[in-house]
Design a protein around this ligand. Structure first.
Ligand code: FRU
Length: 538
């Protein structure tokens, strides 16, 4: 166990041991952020799913609480699965979740806090007439799960939720209406459907302001608002989203761009990231996104470690007013309270250069880097190579005229282990110059039995913009944000020598032609305080 202990993260949320998956029912109540999560009390692999529970004042330091719900009723004895919270105008909290019944049918159940005046919401009551929804005719018993947060219907007197399912291989979202959270009516048609995308898990559906930087309550709609729809595709284990328009009268959401429809277009994260969920933080008037980062090593190693999975650093979500075609995700500002000892460095990176940066705590960093093509390089961008795609590129060793260049993190001194996060400029099929943002795990670890993938996608870059990366490095996780959060890549990696104080950072430019002016700022990140709540001191 000790052998693998350095892989534990220092400022990402994790239980003390065992398996965790999806974030559930995030909410803010009486001064505390609450996070619930899918948890196995017994081992480091999925099973016996229970709701773990933790609270935080600032989304960074966490206190573990007793389980909120355990699988103890006929309707959830095979698992208290994923769910979402709705805070009613009178302050009551309705928690809808999926129960996996004694005969393995997915049903929706209701729970609520026993005592709303308790800021810790320690005790949860399962509604006596559960389940409140069962699979409707035509829907498979194993294809009906993960209710969303509710929003108000157009008349304002009823609530609506959506639940993911599939018909053959078409992913669909069912919509139910309820006045009291006890009785539900299935509305006609689907909120949306996309052929070929398979089962939709963990749908998220929320409004986003086109003009303001604050988040919106889930019931907001009207002028200056679009709706984001997110689905987690069971078939390929990625979270896809699209921007679109919601018509509550027709009970339809329509994507802005059918070619970038949900499930076939944009992803929240081009690395390891799944089953995510947002909530409206009424405390700071923002929308916050949580996501599950799973392991990519062998199950036997997870059992040896005694734990599996972490949650991402929560991210604020806003509309990208500059491109108009994507959201921006950014680590919540509170994470910056962990920063100390900043260091700044500027360099002109000639083709083929690797420049070490002196850091003494390379496994816990917040890095902000900016790259600008040197003037004479800029003039030759039209001569860039044609065609690039991070996942099939072979990674940062492969040189082109205008890329790759970027940062290297979690590297050992001899560069035997290293994870490059970089840009690569190339011409697209129609001759247009495009920028790609990639994370290359191929040499991230000398360990044989872990996934090593080159992740990435094209990223929009507007005229006059520098290329920017922000990376949060935390031992075995790197969350990287390009262009202020237009694209995000989470890497789950398992270095064996680039660990603790031995982990290094480099700037690099492996292009054959481009000269790049780089500037980098690095902060050391303190560990977050994540421990059991001292309940005996209450
Ligand atoms: C997504 C998911 C959900 C389900 C839960 C079970 O990872 O499969 O669809 O509710 O996990 O743990």
């Amino acid at each position: 166990n000790v052998m693998l202990s350095w892989q534990r993260t220092a400022y990402h949320f994790q239980p003390e041991k065992n398996w965790m998956n999806d974030p559930n029912g995030p909410l803010f109540h009486k001064g505390w952020y609450h996070l619930f999560y899918q948890y196995n009390q017994e081992s480091a692999v999925w099973g016996n799913i229970t709701w773990g529970h933790a609270v935080s004042r600032d989304l960074i330091h966490w206190l573990h609480l007793p389980y909120a719900m355990v699988p103890d009723q006929w309707y959830d004895v095979n698992g208290v699965w994923t769910g979402s919270a709705t805070i009613l105008p009178d302050g009551r909290i309705m928690m809808l979740y999926t129960g996996d019944t004694h005969d393995v049918v997915q049903v929706q159940c209701l729970a609520y806090p026993a005592d709303l005046s308790d800021p810790l919401l320690l005790k949860w009551v399962k509604y006596q007439n559960n389940p409140v929804m069962v699979p409707p005719p035509g829907i498979g018993h194993k294809d009906f799960r993960d209710p969303t947060t509710a929003w108000l219907s157009p008349d304002g007197d009823k609530w609506r939720i959506t639940i993911g399912s599939k018909i053959n291989t078409t992913g669909i979202s069912l919509v139910y209406e309820t006045a009291d959270f006890f009785k539900y009516e299935l509305l006609d048609g689907y909120l949306h459907e996309v052929p070929g995308t398979g089962m939709w898990e963990c749908i998220d559906f929320y409004p986003i302001s086109l003009t303001e930087s604050n988040g919106l309550d889930t019931s907001a709609n009207g002028q200056g608002i679009k709706h984001v729809m997110k689905v987690s595709l069971d078939d390929d284990k990625n979270d896809y989203y699209a921007l679109g328009t919601y018509d509550p009268v027709k009970n339809k959401w329509t994507p802005d761009d059918p070619e970038l429809d949900v499930g076939i277009g944009l992803r929240y994260d081009y690395g390891k990231y799944y089953a995510s969920k947002t909530f409206y933080d009424q405390n700071k008037k923002r929308r916050i996104l949580w996501g599950w980062i799973r392991e990519t090593d062998a199950e036997a190693l997870d059992i040896l470690k005694g734990w599996a999975s972490v949650q991402s650093i929560p991210r604020t979500v806003v509309f990208d007013q500059k491109t108009g075609s994507n959201i921006l995700q950014w680590p919540v500002e509170e994470v910056e309270s962990l920063r100390s000892d900043s260091l700044e460095f500027n360099a002109k990176l000639e083709p083929g250069s690797v420049v070490p940066i002196e850091v003494d705590s390379g496994s816990q960093l917040d890095i902000v880097a900016s790259f600008e093509l040197d003037k004479e390089t800029f003039e030759v961008t039209t001569e860039a190579d044609i065609g690039y795609d991070c996942p099939t590129s072979g990674g940062a060793v492969n040189r082109g005229m205008l890329g790759p260049f970027g940062i290297v993190v979690l590297a050992d001194e001899n560069l035997l282990e290293l994870t490059p996060i970089y840009f690569y400029i190339a011409k697209g099929p129609h001759g247009k110059v495009e920028t790609h943002f990639c994370a290359d795990e191929l040499r991230s670890s000398v360990a044989p039995d872990v996934d090593k993938i080159v992740y990435g996608s094209k990223v929009p870059v507007l005229d006059g913009e520098n290329l920017t990366i922000r990376s949060l490095v935390d031992h075995s996780i790197v969350e990287s944000f390009a262009q202020g959060g237009r694209r995000v890549i989470t890497s789950r990696i398992y270095p064996t020598t680039a660990i603790g104080g031995a982990a290094r950072v480099f700037l690099f430019n492996n292009a054959t032609r481009a000269s790049v002016n780089a500037s980098i700022k690095i902060w050391k990140m303190s560990s977050a305080n994540i421990r059991p709540f001292p309940l005996d001191q209450l």
